[in-house]
Design a protein around this ligand. Sequence first.
Ligand code: XMP
Length: 514
Amino acid sequence: MVAPVLVLDFGSQVTQLIARRVREAGVYCEIVPFNKADAALAEGPRAIILSGGPCSVHEEGSPRAPQAVFDLGVPVLGICYGEMTMCEQLGGAVEGGHAREFGRADIVICKGSPLLDGLGDAKSHEPVWMSHGDKITAIPPGFHIVATSENSPNAVIANEERRFYGVQFHPEVVHTPRGSQILKNFVIKIAGIEPTWNMHAFKEKAIAKIREQVGTGRVICGLSGGVDSSVAAVLLHEAIGDQLTCIFVDTGLMRAGESEEVVSLFRGHYNIPLLHAEASEMFLTELEGVSDPEKKRKIIGKAFIDVFDYESAKVGGADFLAQGTLYPDVIESVSATGGPSVTIKSHHNVGGLPAHMKMKLVEPLRELFKDEVRALGRELGLPESFVGRHPFPGPGLAIRLPGEITREKLEILRKADTIYLDEIRQAGLYDKIWQAFAVLLPVKTVGVMGDGRTYDFVCALRAVTSTDGMTADYYPFEHSFLARVSTRLVNEVKGINRVCYDITSKPPGTIEWE
Ligand code: XMP
């Protein structure tokens, strides 16, 4: 399937959100790095979006859009950096070195444009989210100003005849409340694309792509019990049937009862061959004495591959390793499609894997966001109890135990996590929360219980709301709920004598502690 909308990525951390908003409008869309776009441009997209990016157009070697973008005769929307480079490339002028304008701003619409249809009339104010350092000082010939803001006189510019548009703010982030409408206007009203894309269409496309990639090869799929790997496994099974074997690795870093639950659920529900590898001894031995979060992730990534190699040999070898890698996993490890982006964490699904692996990767979900994966799970008929599960990271409890991992700490953490999640379920809050878990801190504090002194660990509780894991807010529990959990943890879990609640949002925090 040729993507009717192409997003050229200039390395922004939120490029994926552009794709997401466009897909929400019912139009399929793909992201390509600005410097590897030739093939995709030759396929004849019907609209092109230029993403934001971390550079200034004045930096030496800063990226430019391929000339074809402006020669194809299709609508082009430049966002932030994308607007700057479009402006510079089409004969306007951009000044660098300005103080960065970051955060909320209001634009004032000064001229009607199909891009802003459904927003206010002329002179009305519209809240948007800005993040830029360059400033346009002259718009290119043929363009006019559609909206201004206090610091950006050229906040929205347009050449209606050529259907070229530039916006200095980010319509793709939720902080621009009507940004989705702007993107929808661009792809549907301006480019005239029919909104026909949905999860059924994605499923068909993904199945065809898997068959093409895998051919007659054998695939193994690591099942973690989370939504992503389950959906990936069922999708793969629909695509290639018996060429697939699933492996559940017990790393010793699972939550209480998880291994039994996953194995029985999968064997009970599906007729997919499932190997259960007991590897906790190996994982925990390799992690002994390691505190650095990135080292932990790399060790775990490699250990997974060793187990997959060993287990797949038992079923006659495998050519491919399938994983439920998602967009957010990809963008935070390396840029989704090869563009420049900063490494925040090496997710074991991606960056934690060793560079040399015998098996090739199959990642049928790597372009989807979590909520899209859930929708795909429903499309594939997965039970709601599976689809609605909170995400659980590949490295498991290892990244919820800052510092050294010991069996004793793992045991304490498991008990705490079970109590916390029990209370959340009992309060009817499980489905209102994106993800909740306990973290055992490597800090001991003094307490008093009965008449005695205690010197035990601190347990931090985390619960966040999110739609895709890329941004998150802490969940505003009632104090009485937190007090109840705290009392239970200190009373029932030997080794914990203090409880904290993490109220950091993402950004600046991340959801997991490591
Ligand atoms: P962070 O901590 O990066 O987490 O804000 C975002 C989401 O990703 C999950 N996560 C992972 N999932 N392998 C995974 O499969 C990993 O290495 C990994 N690290 C974080 C995290 O639980 C949250 O849902």
